[in-house]
Design a protein around this ligand. Sequence first.
Ligand code: NCD
Length: 309
Amino acid sequence: MNLLSIDDLDREAIERITDHAARFAEVSDREIKKVPTLRGRMVLNLFYEASTRTRGSFELAAKRLSADVVNFAADGSSVEKGESLKDTVLTLNANKPDAIVVRAPWVGTAELVSGWTDAAVINAGDGKHEHPTQALLDVYTLKRRLGKLDGLGIWIVGDVAHSRVARSNIVAFQRMGAHVTVCGPPTLIPRGIEALGCDVRFTLDEVAGADVVYALRMQHERMADAPVPSLREYAACYQINERRLTARQILMHPGPVNRGVELSGGIVDSPQALITAQVQAGLVVRMAVLYTLLSGPRAQAPLPEPQLA
Ligand code: NCD
């Protein structure tokens, strides 16, 4: 079983993962934060692209479940000597990992990798395509805060065109009953995105109607040419700041934040921002994903029992 796209999961499967994550959150509050659930299993982190949150939380998630972890970063590896993705995967696969977590700048990488291994493959971001575990942790974060997503109005604001987070989150939020609007300059909103079921706005004029504002980073690393005249001009029209966010609204961002561009510095640290909660959710949701994929129907390892206080 793999997790390549959020489309692999129906609403029930998403609910199951977020329910498991809640159980693991309870474990994370204990003095001993480790459970033996995946003892003897091996998780390989294969990262061809920068990552702080995703790689760190997958590593910690695997360790909290007692799995062995091997971290591979393209820097300092034989990739620098010209080894291809396929040869790299086949080499690392020789040690029989049970799961491969892969991030790469190329669309479709995780799917390709899944053709070369029997391990469960988890897409931790493939170019501008998908980032399903980000979508799951964002659903989990909102469920924890608000109970459910049904009926929520969620605005995703910024560089939608280059955002794998946007692509996975539009699908996941809607599957959980929310109504999604994407907003940004026309050059950063992909043509035809309405086909995913969301609305499109090119100004923030109606953002006050949103329950949740989800801001995105300008993904310069994926831009061939400049889609906006300047970051200052972008910020003037689309920055989420104290003036634009009303007190009842919730603010989210996948990180890393460019303070002063998509978000004002102050709003990042405001109590309305769930950014830290999103990072915390990353750990327990990734534990739940590893648990779901690796303890499969054949050998369903027991979930940790809730501990009586
Ligand atoms: C995102 C990513 O890499 O897709 N970061 C993350 O995983 N939290 C978003 C981004 O880089 O802007």
